[in-house]
Ligand binder design. Structure first.
Ligand SMILES: Nc1nc2c(ncn2[C@@H]2O[C@H](COP(=O)(O)OP(=O)(O)OP(=O)(O)O)[C@@H](O)[C@H]2O)c(=O)[nH]1
Length: 394
């Protein structure tokens, strides 16, 4: 499916940059248009793939291109005041050609965290296309201010957006990994997951079996109903699978899948298990949380997309989650040398990480120790202070 992607703040811009890089490298064309918004000139200049005229500097008169230093109330105020400048660039998008907007922001900083609900609300007022968010949770060791920002932005973004996909930096950083190096790897991994999810809804159905292929409406229906969602991913390289590929032989994966053999079925179901029980972008135990809707996508060359395996995998996910609204389908990629599975769980409640975030946020709010921003009453209606609003997520 085609997306209008908006990066907000430093992390948002970098992740959109990584998504564009993925889009260009794999020719999947899910990013129809991309722009980014920031209060810091240096962050905008550091981007590589987002066109220069799609980088919007806001808050020039207030912070002079220096960023808002973690103050998300200021981030929200500036975004509200400069929304016309952002809209000028959005006006260059052919919105009728996109299926949805995707806003990307770190919830812990100042600019992205403050801007996400403001831009979300603005787009929803103007357009009928769904407006999804991708919110990055801060690491627990980044301090109370980031957690407080994230807790407040999260609850407001969930209220304003059609769905908020969560990515937890903590769960995806390898031990001892430097943050800078880690971010590049993390952003690439995230771009791959998003690429398979949204790319699945954008294939040329003329070359595929329309009954089994996932289309944009299935992705939209899975995300419909709001709340937060998480993405799982697992893949297997066909070349690694056996060295015989180089000699021009069909890999075992292909051979077994094409005959609908038990081996082919098992390989797909085991990838579905790994995607579900491995690292979800918001880590949850699928059996211990409530999930409203789900989608299982198996991507790869058509002769590897074992129908029985996909159906078994989908049924297994239903059993595992207790959710009876799990859709399943395939995403044929004739040129790919990988079989990949993406699982999307939407409308999640009861996630420990969100509970923990609310506790840290509430504690920081009570002590007020690290709060730097002013307490503007007007902004409380944008960045809700009512922690009870998060209750529906627990
Ligand atoms: N996944 C990911 N997280 C990042 C990246 N860069 C920063 N972060 C996280 O983002 C949060 C900080 O948000 P930023 O996007 O840097 O801040 P900002 O929105 O630009 O706001 P200010 O800097 O306060 O103006 C922290 O939790 C970081 O761990 C990135 O490239 N990828």
């Amino acid at each position: 499916m085609k997306l209008g992607v908006v990066g907000l703040g430093q992390a948002g811009g970098k992740i959109v940059d990584a998504l564009l890089e993925y889009d260009q490298r794999t020719n999947c064309h899910i990013v129809h248009d991309a722009l980014t918004v920031n209060t810091a000139t240096a962050d905008l200049n550091a981007l590589e793939h987002i066109p220069a005229d799609a980088r919007v500097l806001i808050g020039k008169s207030q912070v002079g291109g220096q960023g808002v230093g973690g103050d998300n109330e200021l981030g929200a105020t500036i975004t509200t005041e400069d929304i016309t400048e952002i809209q000028h660039v959005i006006d260059t998008i052919s919105v009728h050609e996109i299926d949805a907007f995707l806003l990307v922001a770190a919830l812990g900083g100042g600019t992205g965290s403050g801007a996400l609900p403001v831009v979300g609300r603005h787009l929803k007022q103007l357009y009928t296309e769904p407006v999804y968010g991708l919110g990055i949770l801060p690491s627990t060791n980044e301090g109370g201010l980031y957690s407080l920002n994230a807790a407040r932005s999260l609850q407001t973004a969930v209220r304003e957006l059609d769905n908020l996909l969560i990515f937890d930096n903590d769960a995806h950083r390898q031990a001892n990994e430097s943050l800078t190096g880690g971010y590049a790897a993390i952003n690439r991994e995230l771009a791959t997951r998003l690429g398979v999810l949204f790319g699945a809804g954008d294939i040329d159905t003329g070359t595929a079996n329309p009954e089994s292929v996932v289309d944009a409406s299935e992705i939209i229906n899975t995300l419909k109903g709001g709340g937060v969602s998480t993405l799982g991913y697992a893949s297997q390289s066909l070349e690694e699978e056996d060295g015989a590929e180089a000699a021009g032989l069909l890999s075992r994966f292909k051979r077994e899948s094409s005959t609908d053999s038990a081996g082919g079925t098992n390989r797909i179901t085991s990838l579905v298990r790994r995607a579900t029980l491995g690292r979800l972008t918001l880590p949850v135990e699928p059996a211990n949380v409530s999930i409203d809707r789900g989608l299982v996508i198996v991507a790869g060359p058509s002769d590897c997309l074992n129908r029985k395996g996909i159906e078994r995998g989908r049924t297994w996910v239903e059993e595992q989650t207790g959710c009876l609204s799990i859709r399943g389908g395939d995403y044929p990629l004739p040129e790919s040398n990988t079989v990949a599975v993406v699982v999307l769980f939407s409308g999640i409640s009861g996630a420990d990480r969100l509970h923990e975030l609310r506790s840290i946020g509430s504690e920081a709010q009570t002590t007020g120790a690290e709060r730097t921003g002013s307490s503007d009453r007007h902004l409380e209606s944008i960045l809700g202070d009512d922690a009870d609003e998060l209750d529906s997520l627990f």
